[in-house]
Design a protein around this ligand. Sequence first.
Ligand SMILES: Cc1cc2nc3c(=O)[nH]c(=O)nc-3n(C[C@H](O)[C@H](O)[C@H](O)COP(=O)(O)O)c2cc1C
Length: 204
Amino acid sequence: MVLNCPVSNAISKPAQTIVPISSLIANRWSPRVFDITHELTHGDVLALAEAARWAPSSNNAQPWKFSILLRGSDEFETISQSGLTGFNQSWAPSSSAYVVVMADRLRPDGNEWDKGTVFYNAGLASAQVVFESEAMGLKAHYMGGIVHDEVQKVLGVDGVWIVNILAIGKQGDISSAPSELQERELAERSRKELSEIIVHGLVR
Ligand SMILES: Cc1cc2nc3c(=O)[nH]c(=O)nc-3n(C[C@H](O)[C@H](O)[C@H](O)COP(=O)(O)O)c2cc1C
């Protein structure tokens, strides 16, 4: 179900669930039309940072780093120009900020992290940033379509893997967006059936 939110002309696409779930989860989705005039306050940035910091992690190792880059900063603009791939280049630069999610390469004891473990931890922390954005009335969009080496160079960081970038901002009015973007924005959200992903536990 795609709804037009009357206040801002922003699209709402609540998940269709067979029982009610938390509105934070049901209402989160990944828009591509952001309000280019919206700016995050320093308080917003700190709230996103705290949401990331308080994620659980293996042995409480907290094997992650984040760069929060506001639109207009050199890093945001350079990543917009050369750090995104494909369609991401067309819509993400209108968001208010990028949160670059990084995973530590080395464990506290100096040995290499298993990449799967450390990415799992970093992914979990980034989900907290996404849900905090949602709670703040903003939207977040994960981007795996990035140029990892270029992002690493722009940030000047060592000892980490670049995992993902979250584009965060206020949803924009889709009526002035290009038609391809409007089409994607209006597309229905879909998911596999519960029976395809829940191996045990569905049948009483
Ligand atoms: C790890 C990850 C990487 C993603 N990479 C991109 C991306 O590069 N570009 C994009 O437009 N969407 C990207 N997405 C968003 C997905 O396409 C989106 O979450 C999925 O289609 C489900 O839609 P929904 O988030 O609106 O429910 C990514 C999502 C995740 C979790």
